[in-house]
Design a protein around this ligand. Structure first.
Ligand SMILES: NC(=O)c1ccc[n+]([C@@H]2O[C@H](COP(=O)([O-])OP(=O)(O)OC[C@H]3O[C@@H](n4cnc5c(N)ncnc54)[C@H](OP(=O)(O)O)[C@@H]3O)[C@@H](O)[C@H]2O)c1
Length: 304
């Protein structure tokens, strides 16, 4: 199901949902680079947000009715709350199953959400809820969770997370900083996701990939090396202090996700619970993922 021959090579049709988003737009490019036949399921009114080169090279559909016909893999890069992450993705999975789709990649792309306990990170809770229900409903569809750690990006690792203030040259530590954590750029996550989408398979259900795996202290050293100037570590407390800090933010501003969600992610990286399992990187030697030092150098040069 979902393959046709082009010049002797099987061409797989991949249905991507969320192609107008930050990660989805990069997955679209990576799938086109892989030579996949790309179909985009786009919400009515969102079509204009597609990158022109992606739109020109893809089939665009706004209606789920026939979107799944002949599809090999459904890739989701949606973002949202439980109505999207659980309900809408389950609807996509059901449609994929009915159409005989081979594989479904849900919108996870994070630290190892299966290592976290309930309530530790709401975003991870919703994705585990999807995973549990998908396991019951998937039939013969292979569900593959792409897990890549934090995004190695100015807006995420060096922004949203609150782990660094690069202008001040500071990094913020809770606990001892000796656990390993993973970081991966958007582009590398997209490239590995495209590989997972077209793979003849089967694939591991938890598809771990990373740009770099390192401790907090190594992360700080690599960042400083990329910046070409020192980064000072500010110790903010123990991991128990971080739990208390998150609880305080949750109580004070439950509706303001930006006050506590970044700390939840940073906790899952610092305490080792979000650490990935065995990486799949070696299976895809054509991808040379960007590490921290290289990314920071690019950022300093204005190329990231
Ligand atoms: N590891 C990390 O550090 C990290 C950081 C950021 C994000 N992520 C993960 O990466 C994934 C993508 O995030 P993003 O930042 O790229 O998201 P984004 O830029 O906000 O894009 C979200 C996409 O989802 C679509 N969408 C939202 N609700 C939908 C629905 N109900 N039905 C269909 N499409 C829907 C949007 O379409 P419209 O254009 O129609 O609105 C858009 O294409 C998420 O799982 C997110 O948690 C990971």
């Amino acid at each position: 199901m979902g393959t046709e021959r082009k010049g002797g090579e099987p061409v797989k049709t991949i249905l991507l949902v969320g192609a107008t988003g930050s990660l989805g737009s990069q997955i679209a490019l990576a799938l086109l680079t892989k030579g996949a036949k790309l179909r985009l399921l786009v919400r009515p009114g969102s079509r204009a947000k597609l990158a022109a080169d992606v739109a020109a090279a893809s089939e665009i559909v706004e209606n789920e009715a026939s979107a799944f016909d002949g599809v090999y893999t459904v890739v989701s890069a949606v973002q949202g709350e439980p109505e999207t992450i659980v309900d809408a993705q389950l609807n996509l999975l059901r449609a994929a199953r009915a159409a005989g789709v081979r594989r479904f990649i849900p919108s996870d792309y994070s630290l190892n959400l299966f290592g976290l306990a309930e309530g530790e990170n709401v975003n991870s809770d919703w994705r585990r809820e999807f995973a549990r229900r998908a396991e019951k409903e998937r039939g013969a569809v292979e569900v593959v969770h792409v897990l890549n750690g934090g995004f190695l990006d100015r807006g995420v690792l060096f922004g949203f997370l609150g782990a660094f203030d690069l202008e001040k040259g500071e990094a913020y530590l809770w606990g001892d900083g000796n656990e390993r954590m993973e970081v991966t750029t958007y582009a590398d996550t997209a490239a590995y996701t495209a590989e997972a989408a077209v793979a003849d398979g089967p694939l591991p259900g938890e598809f771990f990939v990373a740009g770099e795996s390192l401790t907090f202290h190594e992360l700080v050293n690599e960042t400083a090396a990329g910046l070409g100037r020192p980064v000072t570590v500010k110790k903010l407390g123990t991991l128990a202090d971080l739990d208390a800090e998150i609880a305080r933010h949750l109580q004070a501003e439950p509706g303001n996700r930006f006050s506590w969600l970044p700390l939840m992610y940073w906790r899952g990286m610092l305490n080792g619970k979000g650490k990935l399992g065995e990486l799949q990187n070696a299976q895809y030697p054509a991808i040379h993922p960007t590490g921290v030092r290289e990314y920071v150098k690019r950022m300093v040069a204005g190329n990231a």
